[in-house]
Ligand binder design. Structure first.
Ligand SMILES: Cc1cc2nc3c(=O)[nH]c(=O)nc-3n(C[C@H](O)[C@H](O)[C@H](O)COP(=O)(O)OP(=O)(O)OC[C@H]3O[C@@H](n4cnc5c(N)ncnc54)[C@H](O)[C@@H]3O)c2cc1C
Length: 534
């Protein structure tokens, strides 16, 4: 690492987004770039989330970079849904292969970034005492990287072990013979439950909201699967860029009501058998648009839960009701519902009897006391805005991002914020981001940002900023599109509902990739309409 203090760009974060941003800006645009990463390794999500059962829900062969055909050909995925260690190895391979490490400073958290209007540069500070400047600030901080630590009384008093899925110890945890309490039944809790249950003496799962989980149907790849994927990579990647959610499925133009009940059943059964996100995106186009269509798919899943879980009371507790399937981030599981048939697993409903406190011996709900040797919090993230707002970001006139977003995030295309010149937000709120297979969304953003910077450099411009008018129009459009969907109908992290006091706003763009990309292309090809330059 050089002792330089002035860069063309500073990138915050070294996950999928930060690594590609570094590669693109440094190697294609010949910019000087410094990446700061809080973790002591690269990989972002796949560096931090080491809990048992952590794996991707998108399938491996498109949950990866597409920018380098050579990389795609040389990397071998072991199966459909690799576990965390394999994805971490992949990201490390990328860092080595493209010689990225020399420009990444690990174990360094950016604490503040202030825009200097006289120089049109950002001044960036870190918790290690770095003070550097950059023309461009590129945030690659992750939509799901600010862990949500619940504010429960007594957290410091528990005498056993406490773990958070989002910051799992590197050396792993041995639950053998232990009584474990697991709090949270989102995607991470659902992945961890079967693994912990298989090891622990007893597992008690505390559930506030049941989730609609779809079986992953993981399988290892045979050499012929590998060969077929590699032969077809170009088409696979092309399809991910044009589909609604970044998956390589052909676009579906089939309304749920357009087929008979028998046909519908056959389609849903087929998708259930195939496993994965295809259940949401591969059968009917209207599951997130039409409440009646959604209810058909929702009831199908409830029926599967009731068929799987032997104890009828537990099955009923596990059945989500009162919100549409897919309006919360849909988990993908391996034996989640089956795990509740184990003798050593109990489900506790904390929607009716909430957790009051953590005690020295375990925890107390309004109904009972529980004793544990270990507590596992799978309580998710302050999604989409949390990580950015934990940095003291000040734009033009010293305006704090936290103030600009006091009523919810405001961006133009999820890429730029009015009043924060020369700052780009990869997969920022207001872009499809978390509703899309994320490497696809990330590559799109990095490439759009690089084109924009190149456009400025060709003209000798040093400042760019979204106009308030264009941003207002985009925020309104995002809200309008969200209203036409069912996304607002669940208390999900998509709307900030998991964080007390967070403004309730549908944060991702719900119009899908094709419409979004069209907008982005229209903006860039019109000479960046909606942005002002200087
Ligand atoms: C368990 C889990 C499973 C997932 N599975 C899928 C999946 O199957 N499909 C899918 O599309 N998406 C999935 N996601 C979403 C996943 O986050 C993205 O796919 C992708 O990894 C995001 O990459 P990123 O680089 O944008 O962010 P991240 O991987 O979150 O990386 C951001 C990095 O920024 C760093 N950082 C943040 N703030 C600072 C700061 N102030 N200073 C320095 N560094 C900072 C963090 O330490 C982190 O390493 C999953 C997420 C989780 C948590």
């Amino acid at each position: 690492m050089t002792g330089d203090t002035d860069f063309d760009a500073v990138v915050i974060g070294a996950g999928f987004a930060g690594l590609y941003a570094l590669k693109k800006l440094r190697d294609d645009l010949s910019m000087t770039v410094r990446v700061y990463e809080a973790g002591d390794g690269v990989g972002g999500t796949w560096y931090w989330n080491r809990y048992p059962g952590a794996r991707c829900d998108s399938e491996s062969f498109y949950y990866c970079y597409s920018f380098s055909p050579e990389l795609a050909q040389e990397w071998e995925w072991s199966g459909r849904y690799p576990e965390q260690p394999e994805i971490e190895r992949y990201v490390n391979h990328v860092a080595d292969r493209f010689e990225l490490r020399r420009d990444i400073q690990l174990s360094t958290r950016v604490t503040a970034a202030t825009f200097d209007e006289s120089a049109n540069r950002w001044e960036i500070r870190t918790d290690r005492g770095d003070a550097v400047t950059a023309r461009f600030l590129v945030t690659a901080v992750g939509c799901l990287s600010a862990p949500n630590v619940p504010d429960l009384p007594g957290m410091d008093e528990f005498q056993g072990e406490i773990y958070f899925t989002a910051t799992w110890p590197r050396e792993g945890v041995d639950f053998t013979g232990k009584r474990v309490g697991l709090i949270g039944t989102g995607s991470s809790g659902i992945q961890a439950t079967p693994r912990i249950a298989a090891e622990a003496a007893r597992l008690t799962v505390f559930q506030r909201t049941p989730n609609f989980s779809i079986p992953a149907r993981h399988s290892a790849f045979l050499p012929e699967d590998q060969a077929k994927i590699k032969e077809n990579y170009e088409d696979i990647f092309a399809a991910t860029r044009t589909s609604w959610a970044g998956f390589p499925y052909a676009p579906i133009k089939r309304a749920t009501a357009s087929v008979s009940a028998d046909e519908r059943e056959e389609i849903l059964e087929g998708l259930w058998g195939e496993g994965g996100f295809k259940f949401l995106w591969g059968g009917f186009h209207d599951l997130l648009l039409d409440a009646e269509a959604n209810e058909i798919a929702s009831e199908f899943i409830r029926r599967k839960i009731r068929e799987t879980v032997k104890d009828p009371d537990t099955a009923e507790l596990l059945c989500p009701k009162g919100y549409p399937y897919g309006a919360k981030r849909p988990p993908i599981d391996t034996d989640y519902y089956e795990t509740f048939n184990r003798e050593n697993v109990t489900l506790v409903d904390i929607s009716t009897a909430p957790i009051e406190a953590i005690t020295t011996a375990g925890l107390r709900t309004t109904a009972a006391d529980y004793e544990f040797d270990a507590l596992v919090f799978a309580t998710g993230f302050d999604a989409m805005t949390g990580t950015l707002l934990r940095i003291d970001i000040r734009g033009a006139d010293g305006v704090r991002l936290a103030d600009a977003w006091a009523d919810g995030p405001r961006t133009l295309l999820g890429l730029q914020v009015a009043g924060f010149p020369n700052m780009f937000t990869i997969t920022g709120p207001g872009s499809p981001s978390v509703l899309v297979n994320m490497p696809v969304a990330i590559e799109h953003h990095v490439e759009w940002i690089a084109d924009c910077i190149e456009y400025m450099r060709e003209r000798g411009w040093t400042r760019l900023e979204a106009t308030e008018e264009a941003q207002d129009a985009w925020v309104e459009h995002v809200a309008e599109v969200a209203k036409q969907s069912l996304f607002g109908r669940a208390n999900s992290w998509y709307v900030g509902a998991n964080i007390p006091g967070k403004p309730r706003v549908v944060m991702p763009y719900t119009g899908g990739q094709p419409m979004y990309r069209e907008r982005c292309d229209a903006v860039s090809s019109s000479g960046y309409e909606g942005f002002k330059f200087g």
